[in-house]
Ligand binder design. Structure first.
Ligand code: ZN
Length: 302
């Protein structure tokens, strides 16, 4: 990456689809991911290794992964909520198969939300994720970690920056490929993003890259992405059309839209490697499949 460039992590296939009430067939998921690679996405969150009873949309994770194009220039991320998830990610590579390239570990910066989302308090999440990061790396699988609900909790309200940073420090001790802060319920505002990522950047001292994950529930998502860029973040999660939500966070809506992120960055002179026209075309195709318009503002205006 040059100085004025960012990296997109396309999370539509996982965060985007997991809240869709109707099960999207595996073949359609694979076609969607191929289309995303076509518009320039080079890192994609393709599935979640969560219990199929908890998130039925992700029950076909292994089938989707087995059908993905085997390309050297693309990184496939699988979300892992516990050690069992890491084992499933590793198993996708058995017998010389391409499989998953990177485990996306997750813990929550709130005891109540953590227990509802993945049955873990903060302390349990820290212990589990440290063990997962260590285990994945020992097995030769790249691993990064996301701290969810870092900007607020749907059940407890405010989440203290000190809580988030203390968790980040524990994760940094395992030397993950990246540490992300996620605004799972879309309550964050730019001043908060600037402060939290500013402090995280100081803590990590350039040793571990930062990533951001914003939801646009209250209309601040894209402003938050700009604030994160200002605070030194260069990797951004977004989903095609702004699909998404969280089945365990009441009223949470979609991720920031890939179209909106790419439009803002490219118009600001920041390279993304993504073809906006092709993203909008992919939006139209998938919206037709779902039978409804997707939230992206840029796609609506096009
Ligand atoms: Zn999310």
């Amino acid at each position: 990456m040059t100085r004025n460039s960012i990296e997109l992590v396309e999370v539509g296939p996982r965060d985007g689809l997991q809240n869709e009430p109707d099960i999207v067939p595996s073949a359609d998921k694979i076609a969607l991911i191929e289309r995303m690679i076509g518009y320039g996405a080079r890192r994609l969150e393709v599935a979640s290794f969560v219990h199929p009873g908890r998130v039925p949309q992700m029950a076909d994770a292994e089938d989707v992964i087995a059908g993905l194009p085997d390309r050297d220039d693309v990184t496939y991320i699988g979300l892992t909520l516990n050690k069992r998830g890491v084992l499933r990610a590793l198993a996708t590579r058995d017998n010389g198969k391409r499989g998953i390239d990177q485990a996306g570990c997750v813990l929550v910066a709130s005891d109540t939300f953590g227990q509802k989302n993945q049955g873990q308090t903060i302390a349990e999440g820290i212990a589990e994720n440290r063990a997962m990061l260590r285990f994945a790396k020992a097995e030769g699988l790249s691993a990064q970690v996301t701290i969810s609900a870092a900007f607020g909790c749907p059940f407890e309200g405010e989440v203290k920056p000190d809580t988030v940073l203390a968790i980040a420090e524990e994760m940094a001790a395992e030397d993950p490929a990246e540490i992300a802060l996620a605004d799972t319920i879309g309550v964050g505002v730019p001043a908060q993003v600037e402060e939290l990522f500013g402090r995280l950047g100081e803590l990590l001292g350039g040793r571990i890259p930062m990533r951001c994950h914003f939801h646009d529930t209250r209309g601040t998502g894209i402003a938050n992405a700009w604030a994160a860029y200002g605070a030194g973040v260069r990797t951004f999660d977004a989903s095609l059309g702004g699909l998404g939500g969280c089945p365990f966070a009441p009223k949470a809506t979609g991720n920031i839209a890939t179209e909106d992120l790419i439009y803002m960055m490219e118009r600001s002179g920041i390279e993304t490697g993504v073809d906006l026209e092709a993203v909008i075309a992919a939006n139209r195709g998938f919206a037709a499949k779902l039978g409804r318009e997707l939230p992206s503002r840029v796609a609506r205006a096009a």
